[in-house]
Design a protein around this ligand. Structure first.
Ligand SMILES: [Zn+2]
Ligand SMILES: [Zn+2]
Length: 376
C-alpha cells in the first residue's frame, strides 16, 4: 500500500501563528499601555457575530447540508460574511465538511478526524495535509449542486481577493471613522479573527470530545451547551451528526441556536424556504435506542444481565410500538385537516384518538425513562 504523503502548509502555519501571537501579546500590551475604547470591542463583536453566523447559517446549514433554501440576496450576504470569517470558500469548506460527515472519525478519510486527537481535529489538519491536491480536485466534483450556484462559484473564484481586502479594509475604514485605526485593527481585525477561528475549530475538536451523546453513540460527536452559546448554536453536534439535514442543531425550542432562529424568522418573510426538519417520532426513537444501547452496555457484566436486558428490551419495544401508533394517528388527523374535514365528526374523532394515544405514549415514556436511566 502506498504511504500517504504529508506536506506542511507553510502559509497556514505562518498566518495562524502570527495572528495568535499578536492576539495574546501585542493586544494585551497595547491595552495596558494605552487602553482601548469601547468602539473597537463593539465592532469586533459585530464582525465576529456576523461572520460566524455566515459560517453556521451559510457554509454549514445552507451549503454543506442543504437544510433550507435561501434567496440570492441572503446567499450573497452569507458569502461575504464567509469571506470575513477567513475560513476558505464555501465550496472548499462544504467539500471538506461533507467528507467529514461521510467518514466521521475515520483516521485518514475524515479531514479533521477527532480520532486523531484534539490538536489534529482543531488546527493540525490545516497545518499539515495528506495528498491535498488530488483530494480537493476530486472533492469539488462531489459538490455538483454547489457548482450550479453562481454566488458560490463567484465567491470561490474571487475568494482570497475579497477575504484579504475585506479583512484589511473593513477594520481600517471603521478605524478611520472611529478615529483610531490601530485599536480597530487590533481588536476588530486580528483579535476578532483569532477568537472566531478557534471557536469554529472547537466544533471539530471539543464538540467531538466534551459533552453528551443522547441521539447516537455511533460517532464521537457531542451535544455541548457551552459550545452552542459560543458558536451560535453549532454545539448541539451529536444531534447534528445524527440528523445532518435538519436546519436546527438545537432541536428543542429552548435550545440556544440563533442560526435556527434566524433561518425560521427569515422564512416568515420569504427570504428562506423549504426548511427541513426531522419528525418527532424519529428523534424520540433515536433517543430511546441510544438509551437502550447504553443501558445494555452498562449492565452486561451483572449476574442478572439477561433478566435486565429482557426487561429493557420489552419496555423499549412497547415504547416504539406506542410511538408508531401516535405517528400514524397524527398523520391521519393532519391529512383529514388538510382535506378540509375540520369541524366534522370524523376529524374530531381522529383528534381525540391522537390525543389519547399521545397520552399513552407519554405514560410509557415515563416508565421507560425511569427504568432505563436506572441502568444507563
Ligand atoms: Zn463533526
Ligand atoms: Zn455538519
Amino acid at each position: 500500500m502506498q504511504k500517504s504523503k504529508s506536506i506542511l502548509v507553510w502559509k497556514n502555519i505562518i498566518f495562524f501563528s502570527v495572528s495568535f501571537l499578536v492576539a495574546i501579546t501585542i493586544v494585551p500590551w497595547y491595552g495596558f499601555a494605552y487602553g482601548f475604547d469601547l468602539s473597537p470591542w463593539i465592532w469586533g463583536t459585530v464582525l465576529w457575530l456576523f461572520s460566524s453566523t455566515a459560517i453556521s447559517m451559510g457554509y454549514h446549514r445552507l451549503w454543506s447540508h442543504r437544510a433550507y433554501e435561501a434567496n440570492p440576496v441572503l446567499r450573497a450576504i452569507l458569502a461575504f460574511g464567509g469571506c470575513l470569517a477567513l475560513q476558505n470558500s464555501a465550496l472548499h469548506w462544504s467539500s471538506d465538511h461533507r467528507i467529514h460527515h461521510k467518514h466521521v472519525d475515520h483516521d485518514h478519510k475524515d479531514p479533521y478526524s477527532a480520532s486523531r486527537g484534539f490538536w489534529h481535529s482543531h488546527i493540525g489538519w490545516l497545518l499539515k495535509r495528506e495528498n491535498q491536491d488530488k483530494r480537493y480536485d476530486e472533492q469539488y466534483d462531489r459538490c455538483p449542486d454547489l457548482k450550479r450556484d453562481p454566488i458560490v462559484m463567484f465567491q470561490h473564484k474571487y475568494y482570497w481577493k475579497i477575504a484579504i481586502w475585506g479583512n484589511i479594509l473593513v477594520p481600517v475604514v471603521l478605524g478611520l471613522i472611529h478615529g483610531n485605526v490601530v485599536q480597530m485593527v487590533l481588536i476588530a481585525g486580528v483579535f476578532r479573527l483569532v477568537w472566531s477561528h478557534h471557536l469554529t475549530f472547537f466544533i471539530n475538536s471539543l464538540a467531538h470530545i466534551w459533552g453528551t451523546r443522547p441521539y447516537t453513540e455511533e460517532n464521537s460527536a457531542r451535544d455541548n451547551i457551552v459550545l452552542a452559546v459560543l458558536t451560535g448554536g453549532e454545539g448541539y453536534h451529536n444531534y447534528h451528526h445524527k440528523f445532518q439535514y435538519d436546519y436546527r442543531n438545537g432541536v428543542r425550542w429552548w435550545h440556544f441556536d440563533p442560526s435556527k432562529w434566524w433561518i425560521k424568522a427569515l422564512s416568515w418573510i420569504g427570504v428562506t424556504k423549504n426548511l427541513k426538519v426531522v419528525s418527532k417520532d424519529k428523534i424520540e426513537k433515536a433517543k430511546a435506542e441510544t438509551l437502550l444501547l447504553k443501558a445494555k452496555e452498562k449492565t452486561a457484566h451483572l449476574h442478572n444481565a439477561e433478566e435486565i436486558m429482557q426487561m429493557l428490551q420489552s419496555e423499549y419495544e412497547e415504547l416504539v410500538a406506542k410511538l408508531n401508533e401516535v405517528y400514524v394517528a397524527r398523520k391521519q388527523w393532519v391529512e383529514a385537516k388538510r382535506d378540509k374535514l375540520s369541524e366534522t365528526y370524523e376529524n374530531l374523532d381522529l383528534r381525540k384518538e391522537y390525543q389519547q394515544l399521545k397520552r399513552k405514549f407519554e405514560l410509557q415514556k415515563a416508565i421507560w425513562l425511569q427504568l432505563a436511566k436506572q441502568y444507563a
